[in-house]
Design a protein around this ligand. Structure first.
Ligand code: UDP
Length: 339
């Protein structure tokens, strides 16, 4: 077993991008373990409401700033022992809205945080992505697969940005400048996604709850594998506590389904009468994606996702129903789901 016990008690941890979907869940877990946490976020895609429940927590601090810029003085002066980097827009419409900024966030922003980690002798975790595999020719994707990525297409700012971020991170590791961990995160869903995030789970749930047309891009035969956020966060915390510095680790749920299957499930679960409409498939949209998680299982104490898709979708839809004020809908579909 290569996972050391979590040693976060009284540690000071920086979570860059902590107002976002995954980062905010990580902060909750770290605080629960007794760590003190500082969140650095630009609010480009992160949201204040993801952290509102922490307003009175004396062990939590928030600093507004963009990792692309010089780090704020209070961040540069603090004695962090661990640094998580979640700071980057992650959904295709958001990261493509300002591709130059996306690229710089991954390259310049990651470098700024690596330098901080070097100076503080803090352990650094990079949230990388399954997008480093591009439109994969190998299936499922293992960490050793080098990917099939377009370096000129509209997804490249994110895919190539994250690839460059991984390169920088392992260069710091090789040079003995930082102690690093790299997670390749596959499609993740759950409470605190933005309703306008643009990704399939949030789009389809919000459309189904509102009775709007549900958008399927292309013919819906492309596949993805969806991991519930609590499973992912458990993997990330274990990775940070582990000794796995010799390469990236895939984190995701290997249960694969087509986009059409996912849409059908959401429509059944919500009892929605929304129509399905087809929209053009985005350029370079990967046809298949599924993580091989054997490395995570072996190196992270048997980690594997536990939350079944149905249960995760129910929890996510219930959360969106509350957030979006669909009064009555929550009870209705929870009853349907129980039948
Ligand atoms: N997608 C869809 N309808 C939507 C949003 C996305 O059919 O309203 C498709 C998208 O083209 C892709 C899959 O769902 O094939 C997953 O897209 P998402 O943006 O969630 O994640 P990613 O493409 O980054 O895996």
């Amino acid at each position: 077993m290569e996972v050391s016990p979590v040693r976060n008690r009284n540690e000071l941890v920086l979570v860059a991008g902590g107002a976002g979907f995954i980062g905010s869940h990580i902060i909750d877990v770290l605080l629960g373990e007794g760590a003190r946490v500082v969140c650095l976020d630009s609010y480009l895609t992160g949201r204040p409401q993801n952290l509102r429940h922490l307003e009175r927590d004396s062990r939590f601090d928030f600093v507004e700033g963009d990792i692309v810029d010089a780090l704020p003085g209070e961040i540069a002066r603090a004695h962090f022992t661990r640094i998580f980097n979640f700071a980057c827009a992650a959904s295709p419409p958001h990261y493509q809205a300002d591709p130059e900024h996306t690229m710089l966030t991954n390259v310049v922003g990651t470098r700024n945080l690596l330098r901080l980690a070097e100076e503080k002798r803090a352990r650094f975790l990079l949230s990388s992505t399954s997008e480093v595999y591009g439109d994969p020719e190998q299936h499922p994707q293992r960490e050793a697969y080098r990917g099939w990525v377009s370096c000129t297409g509209p997804r490249a700012c994110y895919d190539e940005g994250k690839r460059a971020a991984e390169t920088l991170t392992f260069d710091y590791q090789r040079a003995g400048r930082a102690d690093v961990r790299v997670a390749r995160i596959f499609n993740t869903y759950g409470p605190r996604m933005r309703p306008d995030d643009g990704r399939v789970v949030s789009n389809v749930i919000c459309q189904a709850l509102a009775g709007d047309d549900v958008t399927v891009y292309g013919d819906g035969s492309q596949t993805r594998s969806f991991c519930y956020v609590s499973d992912l966060v458990e993997g990330l915390v274990r990775l940070m506590a582990s000794d796995v510095k010799d390469g990236p680790v895939n984190l995701g749920n290997p249960v694969e389904l087509t986009v059409s299957d996912l849409v059908e499930r959401v429509l059944r679960l919500t009892g929605s009468r929304s129509r399905i409409v087809h929209r053009p498939l985005p350029v370079d949209d990967p046809r298949r994606r599924r993580p091989d998680i054997s490395r995570a299982g072996e190196r992270l104490g048997g980690w594997e996702p536990k939350v079944p898709l149905q249960q995760g979708l129910e929890a996510t839809a219930a959360w969106f129903a509350d957030e979006q004020g669909h009064s009555g809908r929550r009870e209705q579909f929870v009853e349907i789901a129980a039948e």
